[in-house]
Design a protein around this ligand. Structure first.
Ligand code: ZN
Length: 315
């Protein structure tokens, strides 16, 4: 299958809540070696940043974004939340990463096997649960090396996320029917779903945790998971299915400058978004300079001086 024929399904981006912006920026660019591909503000709270990290171009399936609040209270993991966000790395790179985490004091666990894959779980400075998953063939893909990590080890976008819900049946049905996933194997309480033929961001693990405490959103929590739609028509078709066949209430489309989005809270309690691949992050600055300047949507430009005065420095 050529890249043009590849189905445009899977994760588009993951958005989480962080504490201080400077610490968040330093961790994702300097420790993990991701690229800051957009520095903008939270359109719904323009006195705070919205930082986007990804590969060189901010390709769909590589984008982890944050709303950093200087004084955010810590979240608590529970039902209706994303449990872990996992990145793809080349096979044989976990020795490098383990050493790096030890040297830099990054909280991490022992390497484990899950679904036959080799996984290094770790946490960011806000306690957000992350993992690196060894992925055969990843070494042949382009990786962003601008962060100072050589290509043999660099992160290659998302492997996937795991969701913690009481009962994953209806969530899984939406993944299969609307987002192009197929139910795959199970391990304990966890059912894996994957998008056939999609390498980046093609895995969702659903943990049906039964009677467990609900989560509390805060620093270290994932705010929402966005799924890819090739264009507006594909997004509209997904909304039709969600409304007609799954009883979901979906928001009107919102223009997020770099993609166009709709949102719904899926039956397990996790906030889902559907984001278009277009127009992408080069819409308001060239790829060679992504993330260097504070970018604002046109409606907020008149307030630029006031916004810049309240935003903390990130670097
Ligand atoms: Zn989003």
């Amino acid at each position: 299958m050529t890249s043009l024929e590849r189905p445009q399904n899977g994760i588009h981006h993951v958005t989480a809540i962080a504490g201080p912006a400077r610490r968040n920026h330093a961790f994702y660019t300097e420790v993990l070696g991701l690229r800051l591909v957009k520095k903008t503000v939270n359109f719904d709270d323009p006195g705070t940043y919205h930082l986007y990290f990804g590969d060189e171009a901010g390709s769909p399936g590589t984008i982890l974004t944050f709303f950093p609040w200087e004084h955010a209270n810590p979240g608590r993991l529970g039902i209706g939340q994303t449990q872990e966000t996992a990145f793809r790395v080349p096979e044989g790179s976990l020795g490098f990463w383990t050493q790096r985490f030890i040297e830099r004091g990054v909280a991490h666990d022992s390497i484990v096997k899950r679904f036959g894959e080799t996984v290094l779980p770790f946490s960011d400075p806000d306690g957000m649960r992350l993992a690196l998953v060894c992925t055969p063939g990843a070494e042949a893909e382009a990786g962003w090396t601008g962060g100072g990590i050589e290509a043999a080890h660099a992160i290659r976008g998302f492997h996937g996320v795991s969701l913690m819900v009481a009962d994953g049946t209806r969530t899984g049905a939406i993944l299969v029917d609307v987002f192009g996933f197929e139910a795959a194997e199970a391990e304990g309480q966890v059912r894996r779903y994957r998008v056939p033929g999609t390498t980046i961001g093609g895995v969702i693990d659903i943990r049906s945790a039964g009677d467990f405490l609900p989560g509390r959103e805060g620093a270290g929590s994932v705010h929402h998971i966005a799924f890819r739609a090739a264009d507006d028509a594909a997004q509209a078709a997904m909304v039709d299915k969600l409304t007609r066949d799954h009883g979901q209430r979906v928001t009107e489309q919102r223009d997020r400058n770099y993609f166009r989005s709709v949102y719904f809270r899926e039956p397990g309690g996790v906030l889902f978004e559907i984001a278009t691949d277009a127009p992408g992050f080069a819409v308001d600055e060239p790829v060679g300079h992504l993330g260097e300047a504070l970018k604002l949507p046109a409606g907020l430009e008149p307030m630029r001086a006031r916004i810049e005065a309240v935003l903390p420095a990130v670097a």
